[in-house]
Write a protein that binds this ligand. Structure first.
Ligand SMILES: NC(=O)c1ccc[n+]([C@@H]2O[C@H](COP(=O)([O-])OP(=O)(O)OC[C@H]3O[C@@H](n4cnc5c(N)ncnc54)[C@H](O)[C@@H]3O)[C@@H](O)[C@H]2O)c1
Length: 354
C-alpha cells in the first residue's frame, strides 16, 4: 500500500516556481497544486505537467494542502506565507525570506505559534559543490582564510520590487555565512543604478565577520556582459575557486601563495614578498541538482516534523544583513546587521548529504 500523498501547493508559477513544480512533481507520493493569479501561467503549467492541479487563489486551497512553496515576487512572500502558516501549512519560502526584518520576524513567530515548519530556499546551502568547498576550508588545507570574494553577475532579470542586492546577494551572503559558520555582523555597500530610475542594478558589498576575522567581498550585477557565478577563497597556504558555471571543474584548488620576504635593500629587483607555485587540483564533485536536494529535504521535514536545515531563523538572519545593506547604502557608512552570529544552518553539518 502506498504512502498518503503529501499535498504541496506551489504559489507562483514563474521562472523559478516552474522549477519547483518540475522537481516536486517528480518526487514519489507528492501531489502538486500550482497556484498563480495569472491564468496564462496556469495554462502553461497544465500543458507542461498535465497531472498537477491548478488554482488561482491560495485562499481556496488552504484546506486541501499540507504544505506550500512560496515562489511569488519577494514583496508577497510575507503575506502569502503568513496566510499559509496561519492555516497550519508547512511553508518553504524562496529567498529572501521577506523584504523587511519585521516581516521576517513575523514569519518566524507564526511558524512557532502554529507549530509548522518554516524553511527558506537558500538553494546554495544544498549545493554539493558548496559542501565540498566547506569541507576543503574545514580540513585546514587552505590554511587561515584571509578573505572570500564572490561574484554573481550577468545580464540579469531586473526586478520590480527589489534592488540587485536583495535579489542576488541572499545567495552569496548565505554561502559565505555557511562557509565561515558565521553570519556577518557589519556590512558596507557601494551601489549604483544605471538603467531606469528605480533600483540599484550593480553593487559591491564588504561583509565583516566577528569570529573568523576574514572579510567577504560580494559583487552582484544585473548589468554585466558575462554570466559569472564564482566564489574565491584565499587562504594563507592555498586558494580555491568554486565556479558554478563550469561543467566539470566546479572547484579548483590552487597550491599557490605569497609569503613575506626578507628584502635585500641593495637589489632593486626584489619584491617585498616571495611566491609559491604548485599544482592546480580539481576534486570530483558528483552533480546533484540543489533544488531537488532542497525540496526533497522540505518534503522530509513536512512528513517527519524535523527542523529544516535552513529554517526561518536562517532566513531572518540573512534578511537582517540585507536590511543593513540598505542602511549602509543610504548613509555611506558601514552598518551593523544585528544578525545572530552563529545562525541555525544545519546543511553545513552534512545532514542532507548521502
Ligand atoms: N533560489 C533561487 O536560485 C532563485 C532563483 C530565481 C528566483 N528565485 C526567487 O523565486 C521567487 C520568484 O521569482 P521569479 O523569478 O520566478 O519571478 P516571476 O515574476 O517569474 O514569477 C512570479 C510568479 O508569481 C505569480 N504571482 C504573483 N502574485 C501572486 C499571488 N498573490 N498568488 C499567486 N501567484 C502570484 C506571478 O503571476 C508569476 O507567475 C522570488 O522570490 C525570487 O527571489 C529564487
Amino acid at each position: 500500500m502506498g504512502r498518503t500523498p503529501t499535498r504541496v501547493g506551489v504559489v507562483g508559477y514563474g521562472y523559478w516556481g516552474s522549477k519547483h513544480v518540475r522537481v516536486l512533481n517528480s518526487l514519489p507520493d507528492v501531489e502538486v497544486t500550482v497556484i498563480d493569479r495569472d491564468e496564462q501561467r496556469l495554462r502553461e503549467a497544465m500543458s507542461n505537467f498535465p497531472n498537477v492541479r491548478i488554482a488561482t487563489d491560495i485562499a481556496d486551497e488552504l484546506e486541501a494542502l499540507d504544505a506550500v512553496v512560496v515562489a511569488t515576487p519577494p514583496a508577497l512572500h510575507a503575506s502569502v506565507s503568513l496566510q499559509a502558516m496561519n492555516a497550519g501549512l508547512h511553508t518553504l519560502v524562496e529567498k529572501p525570506l521577506a523584504t523587511s526584518v519585521e516581516d521576517a520576524e513575523a514569519l518566524v513567530t507564526a511558524a512557532e505559534t502554529n507549530n509548522v515548519r518554516l524553511m527558506v530556499g537558500h538553494t546554495f546551502e544544498y549545493n554539493p559543490a558548496v559542501w565540498k568547498l566547506k569541507e576543503i576550508i574545514s580540513s585546514g588545507e587552505l590554511g587561515r582564510i584571509l578573505y572570500i570574494d564572490a561574484a554573481r553577475l550577468a545580464l540579469g532579470r531586473y526586478q520590480y520590487d527589489c534592488n540587485v542586492i536583495w535579489d542576488l546577494a541572499p545567495h552569496d551572503i548565505s554561502i559565505v555565512s555557511y562557509l565561515l559558520d558565521e553570519v556577518p555582523h557589519r556590512a558596507s555597500v557601494w551601489a549604483q543604478h544605471n538603467i531606469g530610475n528605480v533600483h540599484a542594478d550593480m553593487a559591491y558589498l564588504r561583509l565583516e565577520f566577528q569570529n573568523s576575522g576574514a572579510p567577504a567581498f560580494v559583487q552582484v550585477s544585473w548589468l554585466h556582459p558575462e554570466k559569472i557565478r564564482r566564489v574565491t577563497v584565499v587562504g594563507e597556504k592555498k586558494m580555491a575557486i568554486y565556479n558554478d558555471v563550469s561543467d566539470n571543474e566546479r572547484i579548483r584548488i590552487y597550491d599557490v601563495g605569497v609569503d613575506p620576504a626578507q628584502v635585500d635593500e641593495g637589489s632593486s629587483h626584489d619584491y617585498p614578498v616571495s611566491y609559491r607555485f604548485g599544482d592546480i587540483v580539481s576534486p570530483y564533485v558528483q552533480f546533484r541538482e540543489p533544488l531537488m536536494l532542497q525540496d526533497s529535504h522540505f518534503i522530509e521535514c513536512v512528513r517527519t516534523g524535523k527542523e529544516p536545515q535552513t529554517p526561518g531563523q536562517r532566513g531572518l538572519d540573512i534578511v537582517k544583513v540585507l536590511a543593513a545593506t540598505d542602511v549602509a547604502n543610504s548613509t555611506g557608512a558601514p552598518a551593523e546587521t544585528g544578525a545572530s552570529l552563529v545562525s541555525a544552518s544545519g546543511a553545513g553539518n552534512g545532514r542532507v548529504r548521502p
